[in-house]
Write a protein that binds this ligand. Sequence first.
Ligand SMILES: Cc1cc2nc3c(=O)[nH]c(=O)nc-3n(C[C@H](O)[C@H](O)[C@H](O)COP(=O)(O)OP(=O)(O)OC[C@H]3O[C@@H](n4cnc5c(N)ncnc54)[C@H](O)[C@@H]3O)c2cc1C
Length: 433
Amino acid sequence: MAKKIIVAGGGAAGMCAAIYAARNGGDVTIIEKNSQLGKKLSMTGNGRCNLSNLNMNEKMYNLSAEKRMKQWLSVYGVLDVINFFKSLGIVIKSDDGYLYPVSGQAGTVVTAFENELKRLGVKIIYGEQVKSVKVNDLAPYEGSIKPRHIEAVLTRGAKVDNKRENYTVVTNLNSYEADKVILATGSLSGAKSTMSTGDGYYICKQLGMTIKDTYPALVGFKCDESEIMPENGVRCTAEISFLLGGEAIAVEYGELQFTKDGISGIPVMQASSKVVKLLSEGKPIYASINFFPDYDEDDFIALENEMLRLRDDRSLKEFLNGFYNSNINDMIIRRMKMGSSMKMKNISESMVKSIFATYRDYRMKLSESYGYQQAQVTSGGVSLGDIKDDMTVKNHNGILVIGELLDVDGRCGGYNLQWAFTSGSIAGTVASL
Ligand SMILES: Cc1cc2nc3c(=O)[nH]c(=O)nc-3n(C[C@H](O)[C@H](O)[C@H](O)COP(=O)(O)OP(=O)(O)OC[C@H]3O[C@@H](n4cnc5c(N)ncnc54)[C@H](O)[C@@H]3O)c2cc1C
């Protein structure tokens, strides 16, 4: 008889799990508290949906996930994602290794998921919030039961115990019986409309799982000295180092974006999971920006000397015009507490050198992150120590946990959606066995 499978949460991971479970013969229902499926998915990649990356390996994930990730990616990696999307009718293109739907529209990905769920007869209940999962003990299996195909799904086959349970999924309105429950309720990160309120942490805690402390990640930071910041939205390519006690804890390169009171952009987001935790512990973290990362020491001195020859009647503002982005020049003039109309001939050579040095090491003290609503992911969550390779929970062989609800966070670049699809496909297949 078909397994009755309930998927709590119709985001990227939950929809993928539901499709795999239904393709394998499961009788699947998704319970989604929002009024639509895949709300967050439709916002990914600036609306383009960066769904995976050709440069895929376990090092792209947080340390606690890294070891397990190698195994999971070997079961379901980038090629599997590409083939899965092909099966949904979505054509994928690579933009420097970053994978997107050719349509350039995340909405087409959500629609493709919805169409496939419909085709497979998956039932969808909207607007109900899963509150808890009750475990009902059943008479144990007799003898050793080995699920079909499990070795095909897992490289290190799962051990199957004889314990038998079924489950009651309790929502704010109803309760539903299930043979298997897949928890895919996501994290705390994302705009309000994504309804990312971390419900799954409470559900999993009630079931005896450990929840690792959570922090916003892939997020920007507010900085002290917001009064001297350039205009909101100024972008420039730079190297940014995050310093604790003068030591770099992360160094990233790429397009920085200044906000009205802080910094963001991909290089900041990439470093954020390391930085947020230390900041929340009250550690003083500074960002040091090098606006001339492509110049080594000698090249920069040569540039300085060339510029120094221009020290004449022109003003400091005119002198720096064309040296770098004018918004950044103005910020540096404000930082140096100098008048932009000062004549260069009245500014000492050592002072001009100290201005130049500021372009290579512009320090800003970080005050706090922009928080969960601006963050793309959450670091922390359900401990992987509670989860077997086949995504089932150690103490409950019919409950599976997937996606961002787990203590897995990847770098920017398609790694988080890859994880949603990897964990979703494994869980969907295993649940249906
Ligand atoms: C702005 C933004 C851009 C991003 N861009 C990218 C990108 O380009 N590439 C990338 O790899 N990653 C990106 N991410 C991260 C990626 O979107 C997530 O990692 C991924 O969506 C997580 O999938 P999930 O299914 O685990 O969780 P979600 O997608 O958050 O889905 C969880 C679902 O569960 C539902 N739910 C929650 N609680 C309950 C409950 N109690 N009962 C019933 N339903 C519930 C929610 O409504 C939601 O539909 C981005 C994130 C954001 C916020």
